[in-house]
Write a protein that binds this ligand. Structure first.
Ligand code: KG4
Ligand code: ZN
Length: 335
């Protein structure tokens, strides 16, 4: 084992993606992700189904990650896995598998916090942000602004009081009758429409977010207009989508701008599935010119849930000599 060039297998199973990755000396050699399309049928993630599919997929996904990396079990120096936050049953599948592997290979186990890993996804490829930076983590499950002082010290300075940003896209889409997850489809339709409907922007004084008011506003708006035109949604879908996207992006942009001013930071990273949103990307690029910000978007495979980011976080844990006990338990909440 070369302590300075650790070779680590990482597993992520906190929600509905089963993923495994191999990292050597801080370089990702493979990142395999098996997504669970079945949840679309139910209009959201069904935890029990997610756990069962993780159990079916995990051995195959780990095997594939090892094969693609060309790394043998003997070469591994540690096994890492997400221990939280996430769905209890989903986390348990990955954790048990990872601990079992570490135990049978006689190598250390490293438990990783999923939210910290999203932040550290910025260190997988170039260009990398410099410290301190602000990370806006936005996905179906999370909405956070994190003040990142170094690889270790991270402070959540803003979070959602209700729905996550991706959830706001998905729930708005559900009202419009769009399939789950609606985020990508709203993004696509928004390009053909005009943001000519004004939905309210919540006035929260600190860096916290709220998206639940938007749902209610959309519901009432649609209900009122359907009285005159039963086909109102169909006849105005692109404009409604453009307006929803504009509102969600505006909420995110106002907060990240406030945080950048408050902490006097011009290094801004974006992580999570909503980083794919073209409206958010365009606004951030505009602001990077206007405010002299450097904005960082990891490659999409490292923005959505993936084991590559868990591997990156584990790399730094390994270098710091921080390992976890085999009695590490999964947790539902917390950075
Ligand atoms: O990171 P991710 O794959 O999984 C979670 O941890 O949730 O993020 C999925 C979320 C979903 O809510 C999805 O609707 C949203 O990200 N999403 C988007 C776009 N692509 C994915 N939202 C808006 N615009 C997109 N282009
Ligand atoms: Zn995530």
């Amino acid at each position: 084992m070369e302590a300075h060039k650790p070779c680590i297998l990482a597993i992520e199973s906190s929600c509905d993606d089963t993923s495994a990755a191999v990292i050597r000396d801080g370089v990702i050699l493979s990142n395999v992700i098996a997504s669970q399309a079945i949840h679309a049928k139910y209009g959201g993630i069904v935890p029990e189904v997610a756990s069962r599919l993780h159990q079916e997929n995990i051995a195959l996904v780990v095997d594939e990650a090892l094969q693609r990396s060309n790394v043998s079990l003997k070469e591994l120096d540690a096994i890492a896995c997400t221990s939280g936050p996430g769905l209890m049953g989903s986390l348990t599948v990955g954790l048990s598998f990872a601990k079992g592997m570490a135990l049978s290979l006689g190598i250390p186990f490293i438990a990783i916090n999923h939210m910290r890993a999203h932040v550290l996804s910025h260190f997988i490829d170039e260009p990398k942000p410099s410290f301190p930076f602000l990370c806006l983590t936005v996905s179906g499950g999370h909405t956070q602004i994190v003040l990142v002082k170094n690889f270790d010290e991270m402070e959540v300075v803003g979070t959602t009081l209700d729905d996550a940003a991706g959830e706001a896209f998905d729930k708005s889409g559900k009202i419009l009758g769009l399939p789950y997850p609606a985020g990508p489809l709203i993004d696509k339709l928004a390009k053909e429409g005009k943001a000519n409907i004004s939905f309210p922007i919540p006035q929260i004084e600190n860096l916290d977010f709220s998206f639940s008011g938007l749902k209610t506003a959309i519901l009432y708006y649609i209900r009122d207009h359907q009285k005159e035109d039963p086909d109102f949604i169909k006849n105005n879908l692109a404009d409604i989508c453009a307006s929803i996207q504009h509102t969600i992006v505006e909420i995110l942009i106002r907060k990240i701008t406030y945080a950048a001013d408050l902490y006097d930071i011009k290094e801004i990273g974006i992580a999570g599935g909503v980083a794919a949103n073209s409206g958010l990307r365009n606004r951030l690029l505009e602001l990077s010119k206007k405010n002299d910000w450097n904005v960082y978007f990891p490659a999409m495979q490292y923005c959505t849930d993936n084991a590559g980011m868990i591997a990156m976080a584990a790399h730094y844990e390994f270098l710091a000599g921080r390992f976890s006990n085999l009695d590490t338990a999964p947790y539902v909440r917390g950075m």
